[in-house]
Design a protein around this ligand. Structure first.
Ligand code: C5P
Ligand code: MG
Length: 165
């Protein structure tokens, strides 16, 4: 407890296999220049999935599979930004004053370089979360040619959030 504010942190990670002829969604943004996309039950947005887990983790409310089970056909090809908005609603039902302080994320992807997409991804996520854009940080790393990221077999993500309840 600091100034009567109850701060929490949350951590989320995700990994998806990459394959040809599939769309690559990162942070609600379609990376059209990529020849590879995610093998997934939903749209395979590894950044949004890790963000959902980080938010749920901050309040110890399970994980993405708890609320949106992949075995349930309602979530087949689900739009991850919709799941993100629903996650906020689920958390706010339990914690009405739930507020995100900031988000910091890393995307591990060999190519393409994500720098040109950073502003669009930050904008998309901050709009969905009703958060100021400078509270959403997105970083990217290659895999230096090493498996599975560097060999173009996978994308992985890590997200940390600070919230108050
Ligand atoms: O992985 P590495 O340290 O070589 O990445 C160098 C820089 O390239 C990163 O700091 C980031 O700015 C950028 N990068 C990127 N998109 C990727 C991977 C790396 O923009 N998919
Ligand atoms: Mg490096």
């Amino acid at each position: 407890m600091l100034n009567n504010t109850n701060f929490r942190i949350g951590l989320g990670t995700d990994l998806h296999r990459l394959a040809p002829n599939l769309p690559l969604w990162i942070g609600g943004f379609r990376i059209t220049e990529s020849l590879l996309g995610c093998v997934a039950h939903s749209d395979g947005d590894a950044l949004v999935h890790a963000l959902i887990d980080a938010l749920l983790g901050s309040v110890a409310m399970g994980d993405i599979g708890t609320h949106f089970p992949p075995s349930d056909d309602r979530w087949k090809n689900a739009n991850s930004l919709d799941l993100l908005a629903q996650t906020l609603g689920i958390i706010r039902e339990a914690h009405p004053t739930f507020t995100i302080v900031n988000i910091d994320a890393v995307v591990h992807l060999e190519r393409p370089k994500l720098g040109v997409y950073r502003a669009s991804i930050q904008e998309t996520l901050s709009t969905t979360l009703g958060l100021s854009v400078e509270c959403v940080s997105i970083k990217a790393k290659t895999g230096e040619g090493l498996p599975p990221i560097g060999t173009l077999e996978a994308i992985s993500t890590q997200v940390v959030v600070l919230v108050s309840i």
